[in-house]
Design a protein around this ligand. Structure first.
Ligand code: FRU
Length: 534
């Protein structure tokens, strides 16, 4: 069928669909508030310009790293680096929220305040099931939160021992926290950057393991009681990327898909030095024996090639052995300058992690958690769309505005008439646009946000960045989740991921499939309206 005829047919179908679904859409937009955040008098809270509708954001003021994620008694706890006075970084607290489904969040009071030992920097939380610390009881195990004290006085005086590791515990489902009297549980060993403890129980060696970022390597410590810690080993000299300081590590086992093998994954956040510039997350796959982590991998591997996924770590004790990660959707290159006033900072979507064999190594995959399916509203689908230049999926579709999910596949092989570049382009009437494409000549995915903001706030924001990717023999599947000010691309079930934010002066109202220099046939195209979580 000729393209024009096909388009006309689709438009007719879409218009009919729109007429039929108008009432349902209105209902979805006005529905369901599940936050304890206080409403503003004019009802604008969580409806402000740029406010994410399906991502966690603090009600007000600054957030950076997600911290202390632990699942306990039906609740996913999410703590986060928080400055409750302003929308810029400042003396760090741990903000707190809980969720029963990883989708809707309830804000809780601040869990940890800075004190005479310092600011409360990043860390983790676990359930002390065996009551190894003696801080709980076998019937009511303590939640243990490990965090870094960052002492601004020592920092100002030019001291080295600025950062040490400390413990707080809760006996009431994380509602209130007591700082351990013997803090710090791990003193600074003479390393200026020594932070972000991530703790887990290692059954085989019968001890807690703490991974700590120490300048540009990871240190591992062990403890039988979570109170007294012994140095075990170091990892990282001469491998991976070392263009910045290493931060926020995480070590966990993951089954290798389709095999009976389990490997250990070490997540290492790094700033700067990321593939898109600034902050990013690298990982190493190897083996952990209770003392040493070893890996054959020499090269840097990146969990996300976008510019805005940093400091991600995973939930402790997630049910069914799931490994779920959430990151901070931001980049230290411009985090403090971003144009949100009432609040600053958002989390990525929670993502389910997996491991697949790839060539001689292993590939860490991540996809949005399945719980997000419950946000799905109206959907429009097209079996096949042959596109030359552009086709606006949003035209005539009353629900193709953020938050929205777009999926499609491309089956054509390179060497056919396939266009040099193809992908999607979000546009508004101001001529601003956000482009996500595949460059078929150079075999890479790219994001072009050189014109994706009406604000001038950092010369590091406008950029084009890319990720090498060889199309699979049976084609490529795209899943793109678009929120009011962010886009997350998941290719081939999370084998390649890119996360980027944008700040258009008015919302993008066009969602074009595009090609450059040629034609591409997009198959199984779907556009799904997502419901706001707030
Ligand atoms: C990462 C980080 C951590 C530190 C925290 C301070 O973004 O720099 O290393 O603990 O932020 O807010």
């Amino acid at each position: 069928m000729k393209q024009t005829k096909l388009i006309a047919r689709i438009l007719k179908r879409v218009t009919t669909l729109a007429a039929l679904t108008g009432i349902a859409i209105l209902a979805a937009c006005t529905g369901n508030k599940k936050t304890s955040a206080t409403e503003t008098a004019d009802g604008t809270l969580y409806r402000e310009k740029y406010r994410s509708q399906i991502h966690f954001t603090p009600a007000e003021h600054w957030m950076n790293d997600p911290n202390g994620m632990v699942y306990y008694r039906g609740e996913y706890h999410l703590f986060y680096q928080h400055y409750p006075e302003k929308s810029v970084w400042g003396p760090m607290h741990w903000g707190h929220a809980v969720s029963r489904d990883l989708v809707h969040w309830e804000h809780l009071p601040i869990a940890l305040y800075p004190d005479s030992l310092g600011y409360i920097f990043s860390g983790s939380a676990v359930v002390d099931w065996k009551n190894t610390s003696g801080l709980g009881t076998p019937d009511n195990p303590a939640l243990l939160a490990f965090f870094t004290y960052h002492n601004p006085e020592i920092e100002k005086a030019g001291g080295i021992d600025v950062e040490s590791q400390a413990l707080a515990y809760s006996l009431d489902n994380g509602r209130t926290w007591t700082k351990y009297a013997g803090n710090p549980v791990l003193k600074n060993p003479g390393i200026r950057d020594f932070r972000d403890p991530k703790v887990f129980w290692h059954e085989d060696s019968g001890q807690w393991i703490m991974s700590i970022a120490a300048q540009q390597v990871i240190h591992f410590y062990g403890s039988k009681d979570a109170l007294n810690w012994t140095y075990l080993s170091e990892f990282g000299q001469g491998v991976g990327c070392h263009e910045g300081v290493w931060e926020c590590p995480d070590l966990f086992p993951l089954p290798v898909q389709g095999t009976s093998e389990t490997k250990w994954v070490l997540i290492v956040n790094i700033n700067p030095g990321g593939p898109a510039g600034g902050s990013a997350t690298q990982y190493f796959v190897g083996h952990f024996d209770g003392k040493n982590f070893r890996s054959n991998q020499q090269e840097s591997r990146w969990m996300d090639y976008g510019k805005d996924n940093y400091a991600g770590v995973t939930w402790s004790d997630a049910p069914d052995n799931r490994r779920i990660l959430i990151g901070w959707m931001n980049n230290w290159q411009y985090a403090g300058e971003k144009p949100c006033v009432k609040w600053s900072g958002a989390c990525t979507l929670p993502r389910e992690m997996g491991l697949v064999k790839s060539g001689n190594g292993y590939l860490l995959t991540s996809v949005p958690v399945k719980e997000l399916d419950k946000l799905q509203g109206e959907t429009a689908t097209w079996d096949k769309l042959k596109v030359e230049k552009s086709f606006d999926l949003a035209k005539g579709l009353p629900f193709a505005q953020a938050p929205v999910k777009l999926t499609f596949s491309l089956k054509e092989q390179p060497g056919s008439s396939l266009a040099d570049k193809y992908g999607i382009c979000l546009k508004n009437k101001q001529g601003e646009c956000m482009i996500v494409g595949y460059d078929n000549r150079n075999k890479l995915f790219y994001i072009d946000r050189t014109n994706a903001t009406g604000e001038t706030f950092s010369d590091k924001f406008a950029c084009i960045h890319s990720a090498p990717y060889q199309v699979q023999p049976d084609g490529t599947e795209w899943e793109v989740v678009i929120d009011v000010s962010s886009l997350e691309l998941f290719v081939d079930k999370g084998r390649l991921v890119m996360t980027d934010v944008f700040y258009p002066s008015e919302p993008f109202d066009k969602m074009e499939l595009f090609t450059k220099d040629g034609v591409a046939t997009f198959s199984n195209v779907s556009v799904t309206q997502l419901k706001s979580i707030w």
